[in-house]
Design a protein around this ligand. Structure first.
Ligand SMILES: Cc1ncc(COP(=O)(O)O)c(C=O)c1O
Length: 393
């Protein structure tokens, strides 16, 4: 039996006709950038997650960069985040010139530990950026309260959490700005790269729209005017003013979601609840089958409706078990093997082994197994059998 850790091909096959006809329609339309598919997907995804505005972009990394820039976060600022996440979370903070400040995660939920945040707030802190890790919702109420008290922005990294709920509602997983990825393996994945920023704030949405299109046109001019107003200075008389895309007012990016990707995502969005339910069923069946073993199965936070982008088990002999599982034909992997505070790219921040003990422990003791929605009963049972066998590694 050849099982894959993540299998996007099977997801395609289950609704192939629907996705392929949507792609064909775009190909025949000749509208490949922007247009109806992109605008509709922005509206539909924002409505699904419970936000007023959706601004699509090239990928989830760009979504975080756009969010930070739209909030005016940059050089000299600090953003509190986690180290137990994918590199892009902190990379985006560094990419806008700000400094990521890493805090540890809760040993039960694997999400940012709210009790550690206030001690890391300084006068440079501008935002808290928690990650709904593996699809588990963070304790958003606590973060919201901290942000309110200290006048900070709450940015949610939702790259792994499309479909996740907090206190029974998807909208409650969102921050002032929320950043999604549609990388193919994600809960809602396209056939390439894609991302989206969600917000209820019209100004933030507009700032993101201008940044993603080279700071050009009407939205670019609006952003520039806002910047000059903030600085209390007048726009120079000699500035060429026009509303077409060839008038550029701020340094932005080229970060667009292609119409073909939007068309696929619109179709997949109609099945997202079903995909999340299937992931949850797989997780539940693993939990039941492994409850009397030495494996520590994932905990669902009390307020969290976990979407199980990743299902990870914990065992102090994880490395040996992972090898044994591979030999038995069960693919697995650590998400992620090197915590960000110890990554070479962040070495100059001066963190040391031992600074974030929970994160460091999880990077050595956890491993993911297949949980994708189309996993068959036979495959799941085979994996459970192999997991039990591997305990003798
Ligand atoms: C937690 C997290 N943040 C950000 C990203 C970045 O998304 P993308 O790969 O679409 O740029 C990812 C994607 O893997 C992620 O898992």
């Amino acid at each position: 039996m050849k099982i894959q850790l993540m299998n996007v091909q099977r997801q395609h096959e289950s609704y192939a006709e629907e996705y392929e006809s949507a792609v064909l329609q775009v190909l025949r339309s000749g509208t490949y950038i922007g247009g109806e598919e992109v605008a509709s997907f922005e509206e539909e995804f924002a409505a699904y997650e419970g936000a007023r505005y959706g601004v699509s972009c090239g990928n989830g990394t760009d979504a975080i960069i756009l969010a930070l820039r739209a909030l005016g976060i940059g050089r000299g600022d600090e953003v509190i985040t986690v180290s137990w996440t994918f590199f892009a979370t902190a990379e985006s903070i560094a990419a806008v010139g700000a400094t990521p400040v890493f805090v540890d995660v809760c040993p039960e939920t694997y999400c940012m530990d709210p009790s550690l945040v206030e001690a890391r707030i300084t006068e440079r802190t501008k935002a808290i950026l928690p990650v709904h890790f593996y699809g588990q919702s963070c304790e958003m109420d606590v973060f919201r309260a901290i942000c309110k008290e200290h006048n900070l922005y709450l940015i949610a990294d939702c790259a792994q959490s499309a479909g996740t709920k907090y206190q029974g509602e998807r909208r409650k997983t969102l921050g002032d700005v929320s950043c999604f990825s549609f990388f193919p393996t994600k809960n809602l994945g396209c056939a390439g790269d894609g991302g989206m920023v969600l917000t209820d704030d019209e100004d933030i949405a507009r700032a993101c729209r201008s940044l993603k299109l080279h700071g050009s046109g009407k939205d670019g001019l609006w952003s520039l005017e806002r910047e000059y107003e903030r600085k209390g200075v007048l726009i120079p008389d000699n500035m060429p003013l026009g509303e077409s895309k060839y008038y550029n007012y701020i340094i932005g990016y080229n970060s667009r979601l292609d119409a073909i990707q939007a068309a696929i995502l619109r179709k997949k969005l109609t099945h997202l609840d079903e995909f999340v339910e299937l992931r949850r069923t797989n997780a539940k069946l693993y939990n039941e089958a492994l409850k009397d073993t030495e494996y520590e199965t994932p905990t669902e936070g009390v307020n969290s409706y976990h979407s199980y982008y990743i299902y990870a088990l914990k065992h102090r002999k994880a490395k040996a078990i992972m090898e044994k599982l591979k030999a038995l034909g069960v693919p697995n992997g650590t998400y992620y093997p090197v915590p960000l505070h110890l990554q070479g790219a962040f070495i100059e921040l001066g963190y040391r082994d031992g600074d974030l003990p929970v994160t460091e422990d999880l990077s050595k003791t956890t491993f993911a197994i297949p949980v994708f929605p189309e996993l068959s009963k036979e495959e799941r049972n085979f994996i459970i059998g192999a997991l039990k066998e591997a305990l003798n590694a």
